[in-house]
Design a protein around this ligand. Structure first.
Ligand code: UDP
Ligand code: MG
Length: 316
């Protein structure tokens, strides 16, 4: 039986924590009784610099019941960083870790299925919501647009998967080698690889408190996701440069013909030619410089170039 740790980032969640704690305790106890997980399994709340009583509550939970634990961050660092802090802090104590939100929007009954998939050999199990019926029209279309753009830019993300997932210890061991500061975890796990599986669930509405992802944060998050995983926008500049340079030759030809035909005022040909040629050359140069910056960008992230899953060798 494997030891399961559930990691939950919390930012100003005093309104929801009590119910979340109760529900998770029920779930964990059933899982332990049914011998699905080790009895040393835990639920760990990560306090992401909350301004309300969140941390006080977490401390209380810990004192009353040893099923619960807490991690306190020095200040608010955002959902992704809080999650990373939780995952990397518990990884050596747990065999498998499930990350989820504090508001129980992710159906906790999917945990059973995740553990089943884990037994079947998966190292990562992605929780995928089976519909977006409950979302507003705006959220639904923007989210779908986002996944489409990511796919177009060649980024491997799981459609409709947020941060509800099970990971094994060896996946988390690999995660620590991804040293980027602009964190977009749901892009990194597919990159890490290993055997993965999917579990579908119905995403509910937040039962109390407000969403900590207002539109501005959501857009920032999407932008981070795109720019941390793809240098294709830079290549776009390069391509535009090539096209403009090509057009400039046509324009030069055109303006020379106009001059020969006598359709121009003095100086027009010269100005039009320089404008197009210089514009094209500038765009192209920007693109070339961009290519190098893109390379520098991926080098500074220093991502591991490969991860070994198995190494079979007989020593004699
Ligand atoms: N969260 C966090 N730090 C932040 C913002 C959010 O730890 O700066 C946590 C929050 O407490 C919740 C999870 O991230 O457990 C997801 O946030 P929320 O439910 O507000 O997002 P939504 O479900 O609306 O996208
Ligand atoms: Mg939520």
């Amino acid at each position: 039986m494997e030891k399961l740790y559930i990691v939950i980032p919390c930012y100003n969640e005093e309104e929801v924590l009590d119910k979340t704690k109760t529900e998770l305790k029920k779930k964990m106890n059933t899982l332990i009784q049914n011998k699905k997980i080790d009895k040393q399994s835990k639920v760990i709340f990560v306090n992401d610099g909350s301004k309300d009583k969140t941390w006080d509550l977490i401390q209380q939970f810990y004192q009353v019941d040893k099923l619960f634990g807490g991690i306190n961050l020095s200040r608010n660092r955002g959902h992704q960083n809080a999650l990373l802090a939780g995952l990397l802090t518990v990884k050596d104590d747990a065999d498998i870790v499930i990350s989820m939100d504090a508001d129980l929007q992710d159906d906790i009954d999917a945990i059973d299925l995740m553990i089943e998939k884990r037994k079947e050999g998966a190292d990562v199990v992605y929780g995928v919501r089976n519909s977006r019926k409950k979302d507003s029209f705006f959220k639904r279309t923007t989210a779908q647009g986002f996944y489409r753009v990511m796919k177009m830019l060649g980024v491997d993300v799981i459609y409709n998967h947020a941060d509800y997932r099970l990971t094994s210890r060896r996946v988390l061991d690999s995660l620590k080698d991804y040293r980027e500061v602009n964190l977009f975890l749901r892009g990194i796990f597919p990159l890490i690889g290993f055997k993965s599986d999917i579990v579908y669930y119905e995403r509910k509405e937040r039962f109390a408190g407000k969403s900590k992802y207002p539109l501005k944060k959501m857009l920032n998050f999407a932008w981070d996701g795109i720019t941390s995983f793809s240098v294709k926008p830079i290549r776009l500049v390069l391509n535009v440069g090539v096209v403009i340079l090509f057009l400039s030759f046509l324009m030069i030809l055109y303006s020379v013909i106009q001059k020969v035909l006598g359709n121009t005022v003095d100086g027009w040909t010269f100005i039009v030619c320089s404008l197009w040629l210089l514009g094209g050359i500038q765009m192209l140069s920007l693109g070339i410089i961009g290519e190098y910056i893109g390379k520098i960008y991926s080098e500074t992230k220093a991502r591991p170039r490969y991860l070994v899953t198995d190494y079979l060798v007989s020593k004699n």
